[in-house]
Design a protein around this ligand. Structure first.
Ligand code: FES
Length: 142
């Protein structure tokens, strides 16, 4: 399977790449399959209903093109969502938005979602628990 044009665009022109100074939450995760790293920075705001939302989000990735594109897409998907909605973004949703991912690259899309969940846990002072889909990937092979 070839990379889609959408994926290539996010890889070559990543959205929201970088660091947020004074971030409200930071999530740093490693990919157990390949050893790549990802950091998500989160700024939390409030919507008109007083719910906490992702006001700003940035990422830094030391990973492959699929991981960069997945992170870029995730930040676009998460911005403006409530924290609870953002936590529910799945690797499948990220892959679908990117026009699909080759099977051997599915694990790359997990990093971004896990980083965001960890950043939210960091903001809330909660203990981060790896999601089922991340555990599932640990058993996968490149
Ligand atoms: S994130 Fe490591 S190969 Fe894609």
């Amino acid at each position: 399977m070839q990379y889609s044009d959408i994926l290539m665009d996010h890889f070559k022109n990543p959205r929201n790449q970088g660091e947020i100074k004074n971030a409200d939450g930071i999530g740093e995760v490693g990919n157990p399959v390949c050893g790549d790293m990802m950091k998500i920075y989160l700024k939390v705001g409030k919507n008109n209903y007083g719910q906490e939302i992702v006001e700003d989000i940035k990422f830094q990735t030391l990973g492959c093109g699929a991981a960069i594109a997945s992170s870029s897409m995730l930040t676009e998907m998460a911005k403006g969502l409530t924290l609870d909605e953002a936590k529910k973004i799945t690797r499948q949703q990220i892959a679908d938005k990117l026009g699909g991912l080759p099977k051997e690259k599915i694990h790359c899309s997990v990093l971004a979602g896990e980083g965001l969940k960890k950043a939210i846990a960091d903001y809330r002072g909660e203990i981060f628990k790896e999601s089922a889909e991340a555990k599932d990937v640990e058993n996968a092979h490149c």
